[in-house]
Design a protein around this ligand. Structure first.
Ligand SMILES: NC(=O)c1ccc[n+]([C@@H]2O[C@H](COP(=O)([O-])OP(=O)(O)OC[C@H]3O[C@@H](n4cnc5c(N)ncnc54)[C@H](OP(=O)(O)O)[C@@H]3O)[C@@H](O)[C@H]2O)c1
Length: 331
């Protein structure tokens, strides 16, 4: 039977304005880095996307290299879009990125105009979209002048291939420079996508303030630390978990999950229980407590995880004491 979105899909989600732009994003977005590759079960991929949209998660985050193999997450999404979401395209914000290796030779990586233009055209073809809502430069390029990369983002908007542009994993200094160039060109930067969680807090060292002062939104990734900040690894490494999957492409490695780390995670889990939350909900709430955060991109291998994570919105307030305890547990 054809997918019918829930009529109540806008009743629960919170939508936050993205910097000074006109665009609002759901507090939770869905990322397709893993679990949407060619090897993954298509019906399950569909079910995760249906559940997310039914929760009011209107934003789907992609990149050219998501899979595996690279490109296959865009293909999977394109198929589901055609099957189930065609009528809802205007209710969705779909992003993609380029910046990591995609094809051999000097034109399939980093931030040249040659690479970004070709990659975006490939992403449009794989997804079957006419345009992306957001196109990102995925990581800073130490060699290409930032003026060339930003002028390419500007041109992409001028050409109508993306409505907005952003950057990912740029330092505060690189971000300031990129914002300056884009402002000069007349295409303001919409958003920055950093890694940010209770375990990885670099964004607190200048980046969040820079974005806030510049009116640029912030959407975080790996805020569940690829599953470490959930109940997944409390009692060992489950067979169906990402850490056991050997998927490659940056996926969580089982070696990272040490006894010492799990000891801390168990303490965090106790704190979450005391708040009446699952650990995943507390980890997401911890990020969303900061009003400078526009959205958190969640990953999920099952629709139930999306439902569980969405409940973080019920309580993202923390007492001073709870915050102190989290800091003490994580050292
Ligand atoms: N810009 C960048 O460079 C960059 C880099 C990385 C990611 N991203 C984006 O951010 C998205 C999210 O990153 P991520 O995949 O690392 O996400 P994450 O949200 O930190 O981790 C997702 C994993 O956590 C587990 N999980 C999720 N919800 C759960 C719940 N409620 N209860 C128990 N376990 C739960 C699942 O693990 P199992 O699979 O083991 O079930 C899931 O696959 C990506 O898809 C991508 O769009 C961007």
């Amino acid at each position: 039977m054809a997918y019918q979105p829930s009529p109540g899909r806008y009743s629960f989600m919170e939508y936050r304005r993205c910097g000074n732009s006109g665009l609002k994003l759901p507090a939770l977005s869905l990322g397709l880095w893993h679990n949407f590759g060619r090897q993954d079960d298509y019906e399950r991929c569909k079910s995760i996307l249906h559940t997310a949209f039914d929760c009011g998660i209107t934003h789907v985050d992609l990149a050219n290299n998501y899979g595996p193999p690279a490109g296959s997450a865009e293909e999977t999404f394109g198929k589901i879009l055609k099957d189930d979401f065609k009528a809802y395209r205007d209710e969705m914000i779909i992003s993609t990125k380029a910046g990591w290796p995609m094809w051999p030779g000097p034109y399939g990586d980093f931030g040249s105009k040659k690479y970004l233009m070709a990659s975006l055209d490939q992403s449009l073809k794989r997804t079957g979209l006419n345009y992306f809502d957001i196109f990102y430069h995925h990581r800073p390029d130490p060699e290409t002048p930032i003026e060339e990369t930003m002028a390419t983002l500007h041109q992409i908007v001028q050409q109508g291939k993306a409505l907005y542009v952003g950057i990912s994993s740029y330092s505060p200094e690189q971000t300031k420079e990129a914002i300056k160039v884009l402002n000069y060109l007349g295409t303001p930067m919409l958003i920055h996508q950093p890694k940010f969680s209770m375990l990885v807090r670099d964004a607190e060292k200048g980046l969040l303030d820079t974005l806030d002062k510049s009116g640029v939104g912030c959407i975080t990734f790996s805020s569940l630390a690829q599953g470490i900040l959930t109940d997944r690894y409390l009692n060992g490494i489950p067979e169906d978990s990402r850490a056991a999957s050997r998927r490659g492409n940056g996926a969580l490695d089982a070696n990272v999950i040490t006894e010492e780390l799990i000891g801390r995670i168990q303490q965090l889990n106790g704190l979450a229980e005391g708040r009446g939350q699952t650990l995943a909900q507390m980890a997401l709430a911890w990020v969303l407590k900061d009003k400078r955060i526009t959205s958190v991109i969640i990953g999920a291998s099952k629709p139930e995880q999306v439902l569980d994570s969405a409940q973080c919105l019920r309580n993202y307030n923390f007492s001073e004491d709870e915050l102190r305890q989290i800091d003490a547990i994580l050292g």
